[in-house]
Design a protein around this ligand. Structure first.
Ligand code: F6R
Length: 396
C-alpha cells in the first residue's frame, strides 16, 4: 500500500506494517499517458515505433567493432562464448517476438535457439541445461506464467536474463539482469511498439552473440546499418496508412481469415493474426504456408481471405506457389511483401521498403498492425480495451 502526498509518501504492507522503499525516477512525460492527437492509444503507439526503436538501439551499437553491446546482460565475452543453446520464454505477442528473435540468433550466431510459450514450459518439468541461455520476454514484467517460468529456471540452476519494458517490474527484478526495451509506456491492451522493440532487442543480442562467433565484420557492419535505418523505414510505412485502410476493406466483411508465411515470415503471420483477432474479433488463424496443403486448404473459399507474408528471401518462389494454391481454390489473397512486380496475381498488396533481409519480419509486421487497427475501426470495436482481455495477465 502506498500513500502519496505532494510532499512525500509512505508505504506499508496490507496489514499496515510500515515498509521502507527507495524512490527511483522514471523519465516519462505526462504526454506518454495521453492519446494526444490520436483517437486510440493503439494508433498512437504504432506511430511511436520509430522513436521507441531509436531508444531500444540507443547506446547499444558499437561501430568500432561492427558489433553491439548490451551492458545489462552482465556476461563477459567468454561467458557468451560458452553458450550452446538459447531458449526464449514469453506469452502471447512476447512469445511471438521471441520466435523472431530465435530465428535471428540461429541465423546470426549459429546457435540452436527456440522460443516456447512460458505457460507450456513451466508445466512440463523442463530439462535445464547449464550452457543454455534462457531469456524471459515481457512488456509488463508482471505476466504470471513468464514469472513462474523464470522461477522454474532459477530453481533448477539455470541462467535467465529478462527482456522487459517496465523498469523495476517483478520479472526484471527476478532476473536481476537483462535488456530493458525503453519503448516507453504501452497503454493499449494490445502490444504493438513493444513487440517491435523486443524483436529489435533480440536482434541486438543476436548480433553480439554472432560477432563473438563467426559473424564477419562486414556482416556486422551491414546489420548495424540495417538496424539504424529501421526507425525511418517504419515511419515511412506508418505514413502510408490510407493504403492500409483500403486493404482493411478486403477483410472487414468476412468472418474468417488466414495469415500464412514461412520461417520468420510465419512468426509475422502469427502476430498479424493475433492482433486482428484481439482488436476486431475476426477469427484469424496463422499457418505455416507449407502446411496449408496438409489440411487447412479445405477451408479456403471466396469468403476466406488469406494474408500472405512474402519477404524477398530464398523462399520467395515457394510463397508465390502458395498464392497459386490459394487462388486455385478461389481464395482472395492479400500480399504483404517488398516493392517490385509480383509474379502471381493477388487481390491486394502492400509493399514495405527493402531492409537487410534479417530485419524483414520487423518491417513486414508494421502494416499488419495497421491492418488490424483499421478492420477494428471499421467494425466499431473498443480498440484500446478489447473484450475479455487485460494488459497484464497476473493470474494463471
Ligand atoms: C497481444 C498482447 C498479449 C501480451 C501477453 C504478454 O497483443 O498484448 O499477448 O503480449 O499477455 O504480456 P507481457 O509482454 O506483458 O508479458
Amino acid at each position: 500500500m502506498a500513500l502519496v502526498r505532494a510532499d512525500g509518501f509512505e508505504t506499508a504492507t496490507l496489514d499496515g506494517g510500515p515498509t521502507a522503499k527507495t524512490p527511483s525516477t522514471i523519465n516519462f512525460t505526462s504526454e506518454a499517458f495521453d492519446k494526444g492527437e490520436y483517437a486510440h492509444f493503439m494508433r498512437k503507439e504504432i506511430a511511436e515505433q520509430p522513436e521507441a526503436v531509436g531508444r531500444t538501439l540507443s547506446g547499444r551499437l558499437e561501430p568500432r567493432f561492427q558489433t553491439t553491446h548490451l551492458g545489462g546482460i552482465e556476461l563477459a565475452a567468454h561467458e557468451l562464448l560458452d553458450i550452446r543453446r538459447v531458449k526464449i520464454l514469453g506469452c502471447g505477442s512476447a512469445y511471438i517476438a521471441g520466435c523472431i528473435g530465435a530465428h535471428l540468433i540461429e541465423q546470426l550466431a549459429r546457435l540452436p535457439a527456440h522460443a516456447e510459450p512460458a505457460s507450456e514450459f513451466r508445466y512440463r518439468n523442463p530439462v535445464i541445461e547449464r550452457d543454455t541461455l534462457y531469456l524471459a520476454v515481457s512488456q509488463s514484467g508482471e505476466t504470471f506464467d513468464t514469472l513462474a517460468a523464470v522461477q522454474e529456471v532459477k530453481r533448477k540452476g539455470g541462467r535467465v536474463l529478462g527482456i522487459v519494458n517496465v523498469v523495476g517490474s517483478t520479472i526484471a527484478r527476478e532476473c536481476g539482469r537483462g535488456i530493458y526495451l525503453h519503448a516507453g509506456p504501452e497503454i493499449a491492451v494490445v502490444s504493438t511498439k513493444t513487440f517491435t522493440c523486443t524483436a529489435v532487442a533480440l536482434a541486438l543480442l543476436a548480433i553480439q552473440l554472432g560477432r563473438i562467433r563467426d559473424l564477419s565484420t562486414a556482416d556486422g557492419g551491414r546489420l548495424l546499418a540495417g538496424l539504424a535505418a529501421l526507425p525511418e523505414q517504419i515511419d515511412g510505412i506508418v505514413a502510408r496508412e490510407p493504403e492500409i485502410a483500403r486493404l482493411a476493406e478486403q477483410l472487414v466483411a468476412c468472418e474468417h481469415a488466414y495469415f500464412v508465411g514461412r520461417s520468420a515470415g510465419y512468426a509475422v503471420a502469427m502476430e498479424g493474426a493475433l492482433k486482428l483477432k484481439e482488436v476486431s474479433y475476426l477469427h484469424a488463424e496463422a499457418y505455416s504456408a507449407a502446411e496449408l496443403k496438409h489440411g487447412p486448404l479445405a477451408l479456403i473459399s471466396p469468403e476466406t481471405p488469406t494474408v500472405v507474408v512474402i519477404p524477398r528471401d530464398d523462399l520467395y518462389q515457394k510463397n508465390i506457389s502458395t498464392i497459386a494454391e490459394i487462388r486455385a481454390r478461389r481464395g482472395p489473397v492479400v500480399a504483404v511483401t517488398h516493392a517490385g512486380e509480383m509474379p502471381a496475381p493477388v487481390d491486394a498488396m502492400f509493399d514495405v521498403p527493402a531492409s537487410e533481409p534479417e530485419f524483414d519480419p520487423i518491417l513486414l509486421n508494421i502494416p499488419l498492425q495497421l491492418l488490424a487497427y483499421h478492420v477494428a475501426l471499421k467494425k466499431g470495436c473498443d480498440i484500446d480495451k478489447p473484450r475479455n482481455l487485460a494488459k497484464s495477465v497476473t493470474v494463471e
